[in-house]
Design a protein around this ligand. Structure first.
Ligand code: GLY
Length: 407
């Protein structure tokens, strides 16, 4: 019997588990292949501004608050694990390829200004000074100093180490259903027939959270898979971008995230570059497609032609967990003992530290008592409310509670 069972060992599940251990809870994580879901494909952009969408103000507030937590989270995790997490605070260069892309970029800058996000238009000459290897055809550029990147695989490895050091267990088994007693969720049954009992259970299984919870009449978990393909390349450091490059190429978004040179392994002395990502309303079929790879390389090399010289070493197709309103499901549900941490869609890496903070606050009875460091607490509070898992009505009206959720 543990205090907490976490179903799902991606970056979200492990961040929750690690912070829960830090709060004094005993923790088990269940995942047959921890880190092999969306975490494996993610490039690691910490990009509230450059990933902002029109009409999604609550999401932007949430993402800005999450970005503000990454420095402390990375420093704490590196100290706990004794390994780096590849945080690069180098800012993001946003590029527009043609005139229509430049018009959209101007609208994005206006959106960012309305939300007091620091960003500014650059001339093409200024953009080339930031990033000398840009392609010949560009129509617009902007600089977003606060959007950074981290290496999700390094973060995941560090979390595994820190959890092991903290006496947490990561069990390589799949949860097949939740265990219940007198209405309460009391753990989960794994695919070997073993029941993992716990005082509380957090389901953080990405898009697979929906099928796992399908037979619970009290909760609605409208999470669907949205497939994305990313590419990993290796290049000489002289040919790697210095900053995250986010582009619009004839209306299609593309991003290029470079890492510092590797110090060991087969690519020691080279820089990894991640190019992403396709967005496909498709299931998690794990199939790389020729069309997906072609489109990503075509658009990335339009911005950074030196990509032609890099070695293409990996194509990673995985599915993000998306919700109907593009906000995650984070916190307690109507079912005693059951909490959710899923639905993070394009921002799972960015949202991991804040999600862990919110979930642990819910587990320890201080829901909404999270440390609000942002200048605009009411906005953050509204964003946290907007992420409440209880916002989607239960299919069974008799099981709806009227007193539990924040409103
Ligand atoms: N965060 C970018 C993506 O999901 O592709």
């Amino acid at each position: 019997m543990r205090d907490l069972l976490v179903v799902g060992g991606g970056i979200i599940g492990l961040a929750v588990a690690w912070r829960a251990l830090g709060a004094g809870l005993s923790v088990t994580v269940l995942d047959p292949d921890a880190g092999d879901g969306a975490t494996r494909a993610a490039a690691g952009m910490l990009a509230p501004a450059t990933e902002a969408e029109f009409t999604e103000d609550a999401a932007l507030a949430l993402h800005l608050a999450a970005a503000g937590r990454w420095l402390t989270f990375a420093a704490d995790l590196e100290a706990a694990a004794g390994t780096g997490v590849g945080l690069r605070e180098s800012g993001t260069l946003t590029l527009a390829y043609d005139d229509t892309d430049a018009a959209l970029l101007r609208r994005l800058l206006a959106l960012q200004a309305r939300h007091a996000v620091s960003s500014r238009a650059l001339t093409i000459a200024e953009a080339r000074r930031h990033e000398p290897l840009l392609g010949p055809r560009l129509s617009g550029a902007a600089w977003v100093p606060g959007d950074h990147a981290v290496d999700p695989r390094a973060v995941h490895a560090a979390l595994q180490r820190a959890i092991a050091d903290g006496h947490g267990a990561v069990v390589p088994r799949a949860a097949v259903r939740l265990a219940r007693h007198e209405g309460r969720v009391v753990g989960a049954l794994d695919d070997a027939g073993r029941v993992h009992r716990a005082g509380s259970t957090v389901v953080a299984a990405g898009w697979a959270s929906a099928p796992l919870l399908a037979d619970l009449p009290e909760v609605t978990v409208p999470v669907r898979p949205v497939k994305g393909q990313t590419l990993r390349l290796q290049t000489d450091p002289d040919l790697a971008p210095r900053h995250v490059v986010r582009g619009l190429v004839q209306g299609r978004p593309v991003y290029v995230v470079g890492r510092s040179p590797a110090t060991e392994g087969p690519w020691a002395g080279h820089c990894e570059i991640v190019v992403g990502a396709t967005t496909e309303e498709n299931p998690d079929d794990r199939r790389a497609t020729a069309g997906g790879v072609f489109a990503l390389l075509r658009d990335a090399r339009a911005l950074l032609p030196a990509i032609d010289e890099a070695a293409l070493v990996e194509v990673t197709p995985r599915a993000r967990p998306a919700t109907p309103d593009n906000l995650p499901l984070v916190g307690p549900t109507h079912v005693p003992g059951l909490h959710l941490a899923t639905g993070h869609h394009r921002n799972g890496i960015l949202l991991a530290p804040l999600t862990a903070e919110i979930v642990v606050a819910g587990l320890t009875g201080s829901w909404f008592d999270v440390d609000v460091t942002r200048a605009d607490p009411p906005t953050l509070l509204a964003a946290l409310r907007a992420s409440d898992p209880r916002r989607f009505p239960s299919p069974d009206p008799d099981t709806r509670r009227t007193d539990g959720g924040p409103r």
